[in-house]
Write a new protein. Sequence first.
Length: 169
Amino acid sequence: MKHIVLIGFMGAGKSTVGRALAAELGRELLDTDQMIEEKAGCRITEIFARQGEPAFRRLEEEILKQLAEEKAPAVISTGGGMPVFEKNRPALRRLGTVVYLQVKPETVLKRLKGDTTRPLLQGGGAESRVRELLAEREPAYRDTAHEVVPVDGMSADEVVRRIKELNNI
Ligand SMILES: Nc1ncnc2c1ncn2[C@@H]1O[C@H](COP(=O)(O)OP(=O)(O)OP(=O)(O)O)[C@@H](O)[C@H]1O
Ligand SMILES: O=C(O)C1=C[C@@H](O)[C@@H](O)[C@H](O)C1
Ligand SMILES: [Mg+2]
Protein backbone atom coordinates (compact mmCIF):
# COMPACT_ATOMS: atom_id res chain seq x y z
CA MET A 1 0.00 0.00 0.00
CA LYS A 2 1.16 3.46 -0.78
CA HIS A 3 0.96 6.90 0.77
CA ILE A 4 -1.28 9.68 -0.54
CA VAL A 5 0.91 12.74 -1.08
CA LEU A 6 -0.63 16.21 -1.35
CA ILE A 7 1.29 18.89 -3.21
CA GLY A 8 0.40 22.44 -4.28
CA PHE A 9 0.82 26.12 -3.58
CA MET A 10 0.61 27.80 -0.17
CA GLY A 11 -3.01 27.99 0.92
CA ALA A 12 -4.19 25.20 -1.41
CA GLY A 13 -5.31 23.32 1.69
CA LYS A 14 -2.71 20.54 1.82
CA SER A 15 -2.53 20.54 5.63
CA THR A 16 -6.28 21.07 6.14
CA VAL A 17 -7.38 18.46 3.59
CA GLY A 18 -4.58 16.11 4.66
CA ARG A 19 -5.80 16.18 8.26
CA ALA A 20 -9.39 15.42 7.25
CA LEU A 21 -8.39 12.71 4.76
CA ALA A 22 -6.07 11.00 7.26
CA ALA A 23 -8.84 11.01 9.90
CA GLU A 24 -11.33 9.49 7.44
CA LEU A 25 -8.93 6.79 6.30
CA GLY A 26 -7.63 6.07 9.79
CA ARG A 27 -4.11 6.89 8.65
CA GLU A 28 -1.41 9.04 10.18
CA LEU A 29 -0.93 12.55 8.79
CA LEU A 30 2.68 13.43 8.09
CA ASP A 31 3.03 17.16 7.40
CA THR A 32 6.52 18.02 6.15
CA ASP A 33 6.37 21.62 7.46
CA GLN A 34 5.43 20.31 10.89
CA MET A 35 8.15 17.64 10.76
CA ILE A 36 10.72 20.32 9.92
CA GLU A 37 9.58 22.53 12.80
CA GLU A 38 9.83 19.58 15.19
CA LYS A 39 13.28 18.63 13.95
CA ALA A 40 14.61 22.20 14.00
CA GLY A 41 12.87 23.05 17.28
CA CYS A 42 11.62 26.36 15.90
CA ARG A 43 9.08 27.85 13.51
CA ILE A 44 9.55 28.00 9.75
CA THR A 45 9.58 31.79 9.88
CA GLU A 46 12.56 31.59 12.24
CA ILE A 47 14.45 29.15 10.00
CA PHE A 48 13.99 31.52 7.03
CA ALA A 49 14.97 34.57 9.10
CA ARG A 50 18.03 33.07 10.79
CA GLN A 51 19.40 30.63 8.22
CA GLY A 52 17.73 31.62 4.95
CA GLU A 53 15.64 29.73 2.43
CA PRO A 54 18.45 27.40 1.18
CA ALA A 55 18.81 25.96 4.70
CA PHE A 56 15.07 25.33 4.79
CA ARG A 57 15.23 23.55 1.42
CA ARG A 58 18.01 21.29 2.75
CA LEU A 59 15.78 20.36 5.68
CA GLU A 60 12.99 19.55 3.22
CA GLU A 61 15.32 17.20 1.36
CA GLU A 62 16.24 15.43 4.61
CA ILE A 63 12.57 15.01 5.51
CA LEU A 64 11.88 13.55 2.09
CA LYS A 65 14.57 10.91 2.70
CA GLN A 66 13.06 10.17 6.10
CA LEU A 67 9.61 9.74 4.51
CA ALA A 68 10.96 7.06 2.17
CA GLU A 69 11.47 4.90 5.28
CA GLU A 70 7.84 5.20 6.44
CA LYS A 71 6.19 1.81 6.08
CA ALA A 72 2.56 2.26 7.18
CA PRO A 73 0.42 3.95 4.49
CA ALA A 74 -0.06 7.55 5.56
CA VAL A 75 -1.34 10.84 4.19
CA ILE A 76 1.56 13.20 3.51
CA SER A 77 1.00 16.97 3.30
CA THR A 78 4.00 18.68 1.76
CA GLY A 79 5.30 22.23 1.98
CA GLY A 80 4.34 24.39 -1.00
CA GLY A 81 7.87 24.45 -2.40
CA MET A 82 8.70 20.75 -2.11
CA PRO A 83 8.38 19.88 -5.86
CA VAL A 84 10.31 22.96 -7.02
CA PHE A 85 13.65 21.16 -6.88
CA GLU A 86 13.64 18.76 -9.77
CA LYS A 87 15.31 15.95 -7.85
CA ASN A 88 12.51 16.00 -5.25
CA ARG A 89 9.91 15.15 -7.90
CA PRO A 90 10.72 11.47 -8.53
CA ALA A 91 11.27 11.04 -4.78
CA LEU A 92 7.75 12.37 -4.13
CA ARG A 93 6.25 10.12 -6.81
CA ARG A 94 7.96 7.07 -5.33
CA LEU A 95 6.19 7.70 -2.03
CA GLY A 96 2.78 6.93 -3.52
CA THR A 97 -0.03 8.68 -5.35
CA VAL A 98 0.75 12.37 -5.72
CA VAL A 99 -2.32 14.62 -5.77
CA TYR A 100 -1.88 18.24 -6.88
CA LEU A 101 -4.37 20.55 -5.15
CA GLN A 102 -4.58 23.25 -7.80
CA VAL A 103 -5.61 26.70 -6.63
CA LYS A 104 -6.10 30.12 -8.24
CA PRO A 105 -4.15 33.14 -6.98
CA GLU A 106 -7.40 34.84 -5.87
CA THR A 107 -8.20 31.92 -3.57
CA VAL A 108 -4.68 31.90 -2.11
CA LEU A 109 -4.87 35.63 -1.40
CA LYS A 110 -8.29 35.34 0.21
CA ARG A 111 -7.25 32.41 2.40
CA LEU A 112 -3.89 33.77 3.49
CA LYS A 113 -4.81 37.43 4.01
CA GLY A 114 -3.17 38.60 7.23
CA ASP A 115 -1.28 35.31 7.68
CA THR A 116 2.26 35.82 9.02
CA THR A 117 3.45 32.21 8.94
CA ARG A 118 4.47 32.03 5.26
CA PRO A 119 7.80 33.89 4.96
CA LEU A 120 7.68 33.99 1.15
CA LEU A 121 4.48 36.06 1.25
CA GLN A 122 5.53 38.63 3.86
CA GLY A 123 6.15 42.29 3.12
CA GLY A 124 4.45 44.30 0.42
CA GLY A 125 3.44 43.11 -3.02
CA ALA A 126 1.95 39.79 -1.90
CA GLU A 127 -0.56 39.82 -4.72
CA SER A 128 1.94 39.99 -7.56
CA ARG A 129 4.28 37.61 -5.73
CA VAL A 130 1.53 34.96 -5.47
CA ARG A 131 0.67 35.34 -9.17
CA GLU A 132 4.30 35.14 -10.30
CA LEU A 133 5.35 32.30 -8.02
CA LEU A 134 2.26 30.25 -8.82
CA ALA A 135 2.78 30.65 -12.59
CA GLU A 136 6.46 29.79 -12.20
CA ARG A 137 5.73 26.67 -10.13
CA GLU A 138 2.73 25.32 -12.06
CA PRO A 139 4.93 23.19 -14.40
CA ALA A 140 6.74 21.66 -11.40
CA TYR A 141 3.46 20.73 -9.71
CA ARG A 142 2.06 19.25 -12.92
CA ASP A 143 5.28 17.39 -13.62
CA THR A 144 5.16 15.77 -10.17
CA ALA A 145 1.45 14.95 -9.90
CA HIS A 146 -0.31 11.71 -10.74
CA GLU A 147 -3.67 13.47 -10.29
CA VAL A 148 -4.87 17.10 -10.34
CA VAL A 149 -7.77 18.36 -8.22
CA PRO A 150 -8.84 21.98 -8.83
CA VAL A 151 -9.97 23.14 -5.38
CA ASP A 152 -11.32 26.69 -5.85
CA GLY A 153 -14.80 27.03 -4.40
CA MET A 154 -14.66 23.60 -2.75
CA SER A 155 -14.83 22.93 0.97
CA ALA A 156 -12.12 20.76 2.52
CA ASP A 157 -14.66 17.93 2.85
CA GLU A 158 -15.50 18.18 -0.85
CA VAL A 159 -11.81 17.97 -1.72
CA VAL A 160 -11.48 14.89 0.51
CA ARG A 161 -14.44 13.27 -1.27
CA ARG A 162 -12.91 14.03 -4.68
CA ILE A 163 -9.56 12.50 -3.72
CA LYS A 164 -11.31 9.36 -2.42
CA GLU A 165 -13.39 9.14 -5.61
CA LEU A 166 -10.34 9.47 -7.86
CA ASN A 167 -8.53 6.72 -5.99
CA ASN A 168 -11.50 4.38 -5.47
CA ILE A 169 -11.17 4.49 -1.71
N1 LIG B 1 -11.24 24.08 1.01
C1 LIG B 1 -11.05 25.14 1.78
N2 LIG B 1 -11.99 26.10 1.83
C2 LIG B 1 -11.79 27.19 2.58
N3 LIG B 1 -10.68 27.45 3.33
C3 LIG B 1 -9.72 26.53 3.31
C4 LIG B 1 -9.83 25.33 2.54
N4 LIG B 1 -8.71 24.61 2.69
C5 LIG B 1 -7.93 25.33 3.52
N5 LIG B 1 -8.51 26.47 3.90
C6 LIG B 1 -7.95 27.52 4.78
O1 LIG B 1 -6.87 28.12 4.09
C7 LIG B 1 -5.77 28.35 4.96
C8 LIG B 1 -4.54 27.62 4.44
O2 LIG B 1 -4.79 26.22 4.45
P1 LIG B 1 -3.62 25.15 4.69
O3 LIG B 1 -2.76 25.57 5.83
O4 LIG B 1 -4.26 23.81 4.77
O5 LIG B 1 -2.81 25.33 3.33
P2 LIG B 1 -1.49 24.56 2.86
O6 LIG B 1 -1.73 24.13 1.46
O7 LIG B 1 -1.13 23.51 3.84
O8 LIG B 1 -0.40 25.73 2.83
P3 LIG B 1 1.22 25.65 3.04
O9 LIG B 1 1.82 25.26 1.73
O10 LIG B 1 1.63 27.01 3.39
O11 LIG B 1 1.49 24.64 4.12
C9 LIG B 1 -6.25 27.89 6.35
O12 LIG B 1 -6.71 29.00 7.06
C10 LIG B 1 -7.37 26.93 6.06
O13 LIG B 1 -8.32 26.90 7.09
O1 LIG C 1 5.71 27.51 -0.99
C1 LIG C 1 6.72 27.51 -0.27
O2 LIG C 1 7.86 27.66 -0.72
C2 LIG C 1 6.54 27.30 1.18
C3 LIG C 1 5.35 26.79 1.64
C4 LIG C 1 5.11 26.45 3.04
O3 LIG C 1 4.35 25.24 3.10
C5 LIG C 1 6.41 26.28 3.82
O4 LIG C 1 7.04 25.09 3.43
C6 LIG C 1 7.32 27.45 3.59
O5 LIG C 1 6.68 28.60 4.07
C7 LIG C 1 7.67 27.61 2.10
MG1 LIG D 1 0.56 23.16 5.04
